[in-house]
Write a protein that binds this ligand. Structure first.
Ligand SMILES: C[S@@+](CC[C@H](N)C(=O)[O-])C[C@H]1O[C@@H](n2cnc3c(N)ncnc32)[C@H](O)[C@@H]1O
Length: 342
């Protein structure tokens, strides 16, 4: 079962602040263990109130996810009602207190419980590797739909390259959905590379995935060496404008790798590198699929037109809040049209 998002980092509405959230940091307090035994329901209520009092975002969900996790379930709704009314053991109580105190310090609940769901997968989470956001599931849907269509009635394999794999959410999800697919994933962060490999092994798709530690802005030769002729070049790159980083929520600012977020002055640093490499890496009818900031599609199209041959923006998709967030570019057959003034 998919879980609901926790913490405003993944709330969906309009504008930068609403994509990434913004609020003040509050100091952590130390919460003593309860003097007498309490039930799981009482603990959930108590922590919900502690979180509220300390202005921790999504206080109820934070409390419920942690307590469900300690009781061995994904959501509180999945815990037997009788179990919620039973007294917790000393060990369970201590575990809940340890984890909830981490959340009180604004650690994202995904890091607190060390796992999170993305589409139909449960992935291990580990700071500072970027926590997959729900809108990225929409990007994956677009790629899956295209690749399945492409594979229809055709023999042979499909290949995909992902730049900036983080926990592996995109590549692993694609591999799980499309059995004919093989993938290459890379990330500038060694933590991300290791986590992607671990998640791939947990999901049993390690044989169809190669993971590399590489920085796409510096190691273009490596990227070109390890893959070519790919059907899909996918990325949810760092795309925030550098100036916006200082207003991030404490959950993000304190715990997630800033290199996963900061796209440079105009948020396009990694995007431009991906666009430059794309024609050299894509198969003839291959496509680039990018998650971007709502301000990006226009400038991205202009930049690609002016700087990249044989690559056309063919579609911009909106997310469920009707913001333009996903750009699809296709490798053209030739660059003749670039020379045509008409
Ligand atoms: C927004 S996160 C996306 C992670 C994952 N794909 C997801 O959607 O959950 C961006 C990722 O790109 C990686 N990254 C940033 N700059 C990079 C670069 N120059 N080369 C390769 N990876 C990069 C970061 O380390 C981070 O893991």
């Amino acid at each position: 079962m998919w879980r609901k998002p926790v913490c405003t980092v993944i709330r969906r509405s309009r504008g930068f602040k609403d994509i990434w959230g913004s609020c003040a940091v509050h100091p952590c307090s130390t919460e003593a263990l309860p003097a007498s035994r309490i039930t799981a329901r009482q603990a959930a209520d108590l922590w919900k109130r502690h979180f509220e009092a300390n202005r921790v975002t999504e206080p109820d969900l934070s409390s419920y996810y942690i307590i469900a996790h300690v009781l061995g379930a994904k959501t509180i709704e999945r815990v037997e009602p009788e179990r919620l009314s039973e007294f917790l053991t000393q060990e369970e109580t201590e575990k809940i207190w340890t984890l909830c105190k981490r959340r009180l310090c604004r650690m994202p609940v995904q890091y607190v419980i060390e796992e999170w769901d993305f589409r139909d997968l449960t992935l291990k989470m580990k700071p500072p590797v970027f926590i997959p956001r729900p809108e990225t599931e929409e990007l994956v849907e677009l790629v899956v739909r295209d690749l399945q269509r492409k594979n229809d009635g055709r023999r042979g394999s499909l290949t995909c390259l992902e730049v900036g794999c983080g926990s592996g959410a995109i590549s692993l999800s694609l591999l799980k959905s499309i059995p004919q697919l093989t993938a290459v994933a890379l990330d500038q962060s060694l933590d991300a590379v290791e986590l992607t490999k671990e998640n791939a092994s947990r999901l049993g798709v390690q044989d169809r995935l190669k993971v590399y530690h590489a920085d796409v802005t510096k190691d273009a030769d490596t990227v070109l060496k390890v893959c070519s002729n790919v059907s899909a070049f996918v990325s949810n790159p760092p795309y925030l404008f550098s100036d916006d980083l200082s207003s991030l929520e404490p959950e993000i600012w304190r715990f997630e790798d800033h290199a996963a977020l900061d796209g440079g002055k105009d948020g396009m640093k990694v995007i431009q590198k991906i666009l430059t490499l794309a024609p050299h890496i894509l198969a003839d009818d291959g496509r680039v699929y990018l998650e971007v900031e709502p301000r990006h599609p226009g400038p991205l199209r202009q930049w690609a037109e002016a700087n990249v041959e044989r690559l056309d923006l063919v579609a911009t998709h909106h997310d469920i809040n009707n913001r333009p967030r996903f750009c699809i570019l296709q490798k053209g057959k030739s660059n003749d049209h670039k020379l045509d003034p008409g």
